[in-house]
Every structure is written in structure tokens, then in C-alpha cells.
Design a protein around this ligand. Sequence first.
Ligand code: FAD
Ligand code: NAD
Length: 407
Amino acid sequence: MNRPNIVVLGAGYGGMITTAKLQKMLGSNEANITLVNKHNYHYQTTWLHENAAGTLHHDRTRIKISDVINFNRVNFVQDTVVSLDPSSKKVQLENGELTYDYLVIGLGFEAATFGIEGLKEHAFTISNINSARLIREHIEYNFARYNNEKEERQDLLNIVVGGAGFTGIEFVGEIANKVPELCKEYDIPREKVRIINVEAAPTVLPGFDEELVEYAMNLLEGKGVEFKVGTMIKQVEEHKILVEKDEQQEEIPTNTVVWAAGVRGNSLVEEAGFETNRGRVPVRDDLRPNGYDDVFIVGDCALIMNPENDRPYPPTAQIAIQEAETTARNVKKVVNGEDNLETFKPDLKGTVASLGEGQAIGVVFGDKKLFGWTASVMKKIIDNRYLLKLGGVGLLLKKGKFNIFTK
Ligand code: FAD
Ligand code: NAD
């Protein structure tokens, strides 16, 4: 009998965990497994704000795929997916084409830009290793330029962050730690530098616990972050940004806009013809989209409703990992001809967000609030737990965060 071809697209949280599980669960005589990814490394998206600020080197964040996946068992293809055709079961790559019997899509997120003028051209996003490295270099270059300009160029020293969701808040926490170091390096008085976090909602971290939000704002304001809440980013140009509050517009000179104001699923899934909602594909309980029994979708490309509040579960690594575990078991079932597929049940353990070195906020185990250093230790435990799950003790020792006082 021919062995079915399982193709996994994307080596993010969803794709890596699915592939790592499948290589253990399926014998080589049961199925061929192929993993496709743009790069030969997996990166922890949840650390990218540190790489973007320059407080953690990107090599700490990325993991060679071969350190986790056995290339004798899994056919790894380093290539970029260009399009998907679920009706003919084909995946078009930049350098070839693949056909599949079962497909797992884990192509992750991209920034939602909501049609805001100039955003695509002039703003940065914290999306992958390359974009994070670019932000770090760009900010440092602007600081280096400052004392070489003939005229005062405040735009070089104003860092504007769009969105005070978890990504925006985590990034301002890191950059607020990095700025004093850059000021020292480039002979710039700290008070000349502005870090401005613009949030459309009336509060930062909308919907999150009020006490923790207050803690975060006080701490970050203490490190020199300015918040503009109830304020929408309307337009971005090369050297300035236009924001609006209560119908009053304000221009802020800036060379650096980091857009962290929302994500959507990878546009390839929408282009493939799947039904989508903000670029995410509604999936059934077993993580397959309507009308396709040979496709599973994991992570930020998938949309699952939370029956408790009738809203989609947020796109998080936590959920991507859990979806991948269910998907691996379900793929094994379909390969074995079973039709009693497992229902995905998220087990949400809480949320912890960092506020820069040694500081964080979080709610865990239902309603336990964590602040400051305790929360930052919890964040490291969560990160280390993922490494252990993905690649065992070896990977944990290689890439884990163990020093509870520094990175
Ligand atoms: P991703 O992790 O985005 O991976 C997608 C993979 O697909 C990547 O390897 C990419 O290179 C590859 N890929 C994309 N397009 C192509 C293509 N065309 N061809 C080939 N390969 C491709 N969530 C939490 O739960 N906790 C946190 O603390 C947390 N912190 C975060 C911090 C930041 C700064 C950000 C930006 C997000 C954070 N999140 C966090 C959200 C979390 O990172 C995402 O939900 C998670 O990464 C989604 O996982 P994924 O597997 O769907 O995709
Ligand atoms: P988000 O959608 O959670 O937050 C975006 C914020 O930008 C919102 O508060 C929104 O009001 C604001 N916004 C939108 N348009 C705006 C505009 N024009 N001007 C100003 N503000 C605007 O997006 P995110 O923070 O990138 O998070 C994406 C996902 O990743 C979420 O599910 C989040 O939970 C997850 N995440 C989790 C963690 C963590 O657990 N530590 C960290 C980062 C991200």
C-alpha cells in the first residue's frame, strides 16, 4: 500500500509541535512526513520583542530545526509557500510543488494594517527574526545619526509604538530598558528621547485586569514611556505620524513607528479560498475547516470560538501548541483510517506579559495575579516548559532562560 503524504506548512509553534509529535507517533512505514519552512530555523515569536529592542540576541531566540526534527524521518524542505490549492491537493513553493494526502497549515500571523495610509511603507512590525533585527538596527542607526546632523532632528529620537496590546506593552518595556544604554553609547541625554505608546482604546491592555494594568503603566511611565490612550494612529509618513484623539489631530515627528496594533492570519489561507474571518479560518472541533477532511489548521491561521463569551480565542502560542498536539493525534487517526477524531479543548493556563528585565504582570491558574519579579520568573518557567516539550532536556539546557535575575 502507498504511504500517505503528510505535509506540514510552517515551522512555528503549531508546525513544529505537530511535526515533532508525528515523527514519534507514526512509523516510517505508515506515512511520509514533509515539513516546509522559509528558514532552516524555528524561532520563538514570543521573544521577538526582546530581539527587536536589542535586549536579547536573536540567536537565543532561534532554534535549528535539525536540533528537534530528525531529517532521516522527516523530509525538510526549506522554501517559501507561494500558494495553496486545496481542491487539487497541491502546494506551490517558490522552488517547486508538493502534493499531499493530508495537509497541516501552520503559517502563522501577519500584521493587520486596517488600510491605514503609509503604514505598510513606513512602519516596522515585530513579526520574525528579520523584522526584529531590522528594528534593532534601525533604532541604533538613528541614535548614531543624531549627533551627525546639522539641524536638530527630534524624529530620530522619537520611538512611536502603535497599539498597547500585549505586543506593544512588551516591546515598550524592553526598549525603555535599552534606551539608557543607547544614550550612553551615542552621547545623547536621556531626556531627549521619547518612547510614545499610542492606543486607540481608552486604556492600555484593554480587557485585562485593571490592577495589573495600573501596575504596568506606573512601572513603564517610571521608565520614561508616554502613553497616549484613546488615540488612533491615522497616517504614517517617513518622518512623522498623524494621531487623533477626540477629533483633534496631532503630528508627531518620528523616524521609527513600530506597529503592534493587531494581527491576522497569513493571507495565503484566504487566497487559497478557505472561508476566513480577519484572515483566520474557522475550524471544526477537530481542527479541520468546513468542507475539507484532509486539511488541519493550527495556530494563528485557525479561528475557534470560545463558547463562554462567544468570541474567538486570541491567537496565542499557548493555543497553537495545544492545537498542534490534538492535530498530531488526529492526523494519526486519519492515516490509520479511524474516523473518531478528537475534539480540541483548550486548557488556558493564564497570561503573563513581560515589562522588561525582571518585571512582568500576569494572571495564572484562573485568577491568581502575579506582579513584578514573581511574574517574570513565571514567564521564564512558561518559556522553559515549551522548550522541554519541544526538544526535551537537551534543548532546554541549550536555549532555556535560567538566570532569574537577568535574561
Ligand atoms: P508562527 O509562530 O508565527 O510561525 C509561523 C511559521 O511559518 C514561521 O516559522 C514562518 O517562518 C513560517 N512561514 C510563514 N509564511 C511562510 C511561507 N509563505 N512559506 C514558508 N514558511 C512560512 N503568545 C503567547 O501565548 N504567549 C506569549 O508570551 C506571546 N508573546 C508574544 C510576543 C510577541 C512579540 C508576539 C509578536 C506574539 C506573541 N504571542 C504570544 C503570540 C504568538 O507568538 C503567536 O500566537 C504564535 O507565534 C502563533 O504560532 P503559529 O505556529 O501559528 O505561527
Ligand atoms: P492585539 O490585537 O491584542 O492588540 C492590539 C492593540 O492595538 C489593541 O489594544 C487595539 O486597541 C490597538 N489598536 C488597533 N488599531 C489601532 C490604531 N489605529 N491606533 C492605535 N491603537 C490601535 O494585538 P497584539 O498585542 O499584537 O497581540 C496579538 C496576539 O498575541 C494576541 O492574541 C495576544 O494575546 C498575543 N500576545 C500575547 C502575549 C503574552 O501572552 N505575553 C504577548 C504578545 C502577544
